[in-house]
Design a binder for this molecule. Structure first.
Ligand code: GEK
Length: 241
C-alpha cells in the first residue's frame, strides 16, 4: 500500500508512532524515504553470513516487518544458529511473524515483542539495528551498545544503520537537500515532507558520524567504520575483538 499518511493537511501533526496505519504502508514508506535501503538490507544478509557462528543467536533489533531478518535468513547456514528478531510495536511484530511464516526455511526465527532497553540478550555472533538506535533516547544509546558488545561472542559483529547529521550547517544542508530531492523524486509532496518532518522531529534524534564512532569505541568495540552510505543515511560495522 502507498504511503499517503501526510498527503492531506492536518490540523495538528501528532508525534510519529509505529502504529497500525504506519505498519500498513511501511514497506513503501521506507523504500521511498531511505536512499540505499534495499542495498543495505541485502548486504546485511551477506555480512551475517560472514560473522555467524555455530550455536549462537543472530539478532535483528527493531525488526519492523523483518526485512533484515529475511535477508539474513537466506545466508545463515551454521549449525544451531538462530535469528531472534524483536520490536516493541505490537502491529509490527504481528505482521513480521506473518512475513516470516510466508516463506519456508530451515533456519529458526523467533519474533518477539520486546523493548531493546529491557531485553536480556543471549550470546550472539551478529547483531543488526537497521535504523532503530535513532528512536532510542540519546542518553540511553551507550547502554544499548554496551549491552550488545557484552552479548557478542569474540569475533562477532554489530551493524547499525542511521540517518546522520553534520555539525557544519553548510555541509548538513547540502547533503540533506539531496535527501529531500530523493523524496520529491519518489513522489512525496512538499506538504507530505514537511508534515512528516514535524511528526518525526521529537521522536527521532540523529547523531553525527563522529558521535556514533566514538560511542561504538566507548562500548568496547575494537574496530568500527561506515561500510555503506547514501547521502545522509549510513550503515556502520563494529567488530568485537
Ligand atoms: C528494517 N529494521 O526494515 N525496542 C524495540 N523496538 C523499537 C524500539 C525499542 N525501544 N524503539 C523503536 N523500535 C527495520 C526498520 S524502523 C526504522 C526499523 C524507521 C522499533 C519501531 O517499532 C520500528 O519498527 C523500528 O524500531 C524502527 O530494516 O521506520 O525509520
Amino acid at each position: 500500500m502507498r504511503d499517503n499518511l501526510y498527503a492531506d493537511s492536518l490540523n495538528k501533526v501528532k508525534d510519529f508512532t509505529f502504529d497500525e496505519s504506519v505498519v500498513e504502508v511501511f514497506p513503501d514508506m521506507i523504500q521511498r524515504s531511505v536512499p540505499g535501503y534495499s542495498t543495505m538490507v541485502s548486504a546485511i544478509g551477506k555480512l551475517a553470513q560472514q560473522f555467524q557462528q555455530p550455536n549462537s543467536a543472530v539478532y535483528d533489533l527493531g525488526c519492523s516487518l523483518g526485512a533484515a531478518t529475511l535477508s539474513m535468513r537466506k545466508y545463515i547456514d551454521k549449525p544451531n544458529c538462530k535469528i531472534i528478531a524483536l520490536d516493541n510495536s505490537v502491529p509490527m511484530v504481528e505482521r513480521c511473524r506473518n512475513n516470516i511464516k510466508a516463506y519456508k526455511s530451515d533456519v529458526e526465527v523467533i519474533v518477539d515483542l520486546a523493548d531493546i532497553l529491557e531485553v536480556e540478550l543471549q550470546p550472539c555472533s551478529f547483531v543488526v539495528m537497521n535504523f532503530t538506535l535513532q528512536f532510542i533516547e540519546p542518553e540511553l544509546r551507550s547502554v544499548v551498545l554496551s549491552k550488545i558488545h557484552n552479548a557478542l561472542l569474540p569475533g562477532g559483529a554489530f551493524v547499525m544503520s542511521e540517518k546522520l547529521k553534520w555539525d557544519d550547517s553548510k555541509i548538513h544542508d547540502a547533503i540533506n537537500n539531496l535527501h529531500l530531492d530523493f523524496k520529491r523524486a519518489n513522489g512525496y509532496s512538499e506538504l507530505e515532507i514537511s508534515q512528516k518532518r514535524s511528526a518525526i522531529e521529537n521522536v527521532m534524534k540523529i547523531d553525527t558520524e563522529q558521535t556514533h564512532l566514538a560511542r561504538l569505541q566507548q562500548a568496547g568495540f575494537s574496530s568500527q567504520s561506515i561500510w555503506y552510505q547514501c547521502f545522509n543515511f549510513a550503515s556502520f560495522i563494529a567488530i568485537k575483538a
